[in-house]
Ligand binder design. Sequence first.
Ligand code: MRU
Length: 349
Amino acid sequence: MKAVETISWDDDEGAVTFIDQTQLPGHYRLVRCRSVDRLISGIRRLEVRGAPALGVAGAYGVVLASRKIKEKEHSRFMRALWVEAARIRGARPTAVNLSTGVDFVMRAVEDAHSVSAARADSLHAARLFASADARACRELGTHGASLIRGRTAVLTHCNAGALACSEWGTALGVVRSAVEAGAEVQVFACETRPLLQGARLTAWELQRDGIPVTVIPDSSAAFLMKRGEVDIVIVGADRITTDAVFNKIGTYMHAVSARFHGIPFYVAAPLSTFDPGRSGGDVTIEERDRKEVASCGGAVTVPEGVDVRNYAFDLTPHELVTAFITDIGVIEPPVDWEKIETARRAGGM
Ligand code: MRU
């Protein structure tokens, strides 16, 4: 099975290339992005999205910045690069992978002694980061596949697939690896209001791979669980702090429902999504534009003047998580943070 390649570096064009996810499933359009400003607007508009893909975008963003900065003197060049790195990091606040990707490349260029060496080192490091992400998804897929035997109905939320990573996916990476290993998997994709990443993106990529998928309104998940139609829940994560999992708004209600119905609730995420030493209260939850909620298919759905809340993410406490499916294995809470930190350091994070 070959999942889509979501984001890559185009050497001939000196550009980051990514699939414009705002256009799916109707149109498959590649964006060739040559500037940091364009990358930041693509991140904010969710053309490129999903925590691991944001990490790779951040890493390549530093490469773009290194090529655009005109300073020839090395320390002035580095000062300008730090400013650009901070701008990229701030494009979306919740997914930690964006900072992880930027910082990974910045650490690699710190020791360069010239502008040209810094430029070359940044591209080398960004490529390393992207290939490490692809490898981590395959590895966590293999670990997660051991939890899925025979005919299994998996419920997932948002899109934690190839489109959210450089390829393969986290929650959907587990599904892909299980299918490759011979399991018969049926996926319930929650549509994921308001931007419909589940309906548009999860359904698109699973259909492309021939994996059976059924889209359900977010509000029917608990009912399907009660009817015994869901065997396990697997979601991705945008950030895992010492006490909570940040993921797409709606994840928490699935975790609560799964616990009530005695269904295992797994979080699939690479080490780049773990944020050691931080707790949930330290993290900014992105709030997005009113119009994402107040309109649908071009029509106004909420009366003018009525308030709307549009949090992009929620927090699920570790106690509701059956286990974390990671590239270093399946980890039951309480998380051994020392082990996580050691493995992250070994991976240069
Ligand atoms: O706002 P998005 O579409 O970037 O949110 C994405 C999610 O919440 C995903 O579930 C998460 O990034 C995990 S992706 C492997």
